[in-house]
Structures are given as structure tokens and as C-alpha cells.
Write a protein that binds this ligand. Structure first.
Ligand code: HEC
Length: 108
């Protein structure tokens, strides 16, 4: 837990999309179906920075749901929610998505 909190402090640097007390707001996540499920379902134990900095394939996101349940005590997701969440994660945080503001140095 201490490590988690430290990680949260280290990665929560951007000041935008946070309330004055440092809480994240839902707007940190890209809009679209699944945004609410991910925000409210996945930020109970850690903030969304661990999600936002990940670039995983659909299979990897799907497997991560099991890992989160088995290793970290997440309540298993209902199949319908899981579908929405994994779709959302794969769409917005898939391997081909580049970080906002990231520019390919070889193309500039
Ligand atoms: C019951 C608590 C809990 C819930 C709910 C939870 N997580 Fe996690 N998650 C953890 C813990 C604990 C870690 C490990 C943190 C560490 O390694 O320091 C973690 C780590 C992660 C990581 C980082 C994996 C890596 O690369 O090391 C990602 C991505 C992640 N969670 C995504 C999610 C998503 C998406 C959801 C919602 C579907 C979610 N988590 C819900 C507890 C939770």
C-alpha cells in the first residue's frame, strides 16, 4: 500500500483534470462508452494513471482483469461490464495509441 501511494504521488504530476484536493475527475479518461465503468470501477485502489500509462492489447487487458481479481482482490466484473471495460481499454489504451502530446521524433 505504501508503494502504491508513493506511485500515485509520483505519477499524479499533471495538475489538470484534478480537483483542488488532488482527486482525479472523470475527464482524465477519454470520453466514450465505458469511461464511467472504468473510472468508477478501477480507481478504488489506485488512480487511473496506472491505466493511462499502459498500452496493452485487448488480450492483455482481458488477462489483466483476471490478474486484478486473483492477485489484488478486485471483485470479479460482471461479464457485460467486463466487455464494456475491456473494449474501452483496448480502444483507448491499446498498443498503437500514442500518449497525448507524444511526438514521434523520427517524423518531426
Ligand atoms: C481491489 C483493488 C483494485 C481494483 C478494483 C483495481 N486494481 Fe488495478 N491494481 C491493483 C493493485 C494492488 C495493483 C498493483 C500496484 C503495484 O504494482 O504497485 C494494480 C495495478 C494495476 C495496473 C498496473 C499493472 C502493471 O503494469 O504493473 C493496471 C494497468 C491496473 N491495475 C488496471 C486496473 C483496471 C483497468 C481496473 C478496473 C477494471 C483495476 N485496475 C482495478 C488493485 C486494484
Amino acid at each position: 500500500m505504501r508503494r502504491l501511494m508513493l506511485a500515485a504521488v509520483l505519477v499524479a504530476a499533471p495538475a489538470f483534470a484534478q480537483t483542488p484536493d488532488g482527486q482525479e475527475e472523470i475527464s482524465v479518461l477519454p470520453e466514450g462508452p465505458g469511461q464511467e465503468e472504468v473510472f468508477y470501477g478501477c480507481s478504488a485502489c489506485h488512480n487511473t494513471a496506472v491505466i493511462r500509462r499502459s498500452r496493452l492489447s485487448r488480450e492483455q487487458w482481458d488477462g489483466l482483469m483476471d490478474w486484478m481479481v486473483e492477485k489484488h482482490g478486485m471483485t470479479p466484473l460482471e461479464p457485460a461490464d467486463r466487455q464494456v471495460i475491456v473494449d474501452y481499454l483496448a480502444r483507448h489504451f491499446g498498443p498503437s495509441q500514442q500518449r497525448p502530446g507524444w511526438r514521434n521524433p523520427f517524423l518531426n
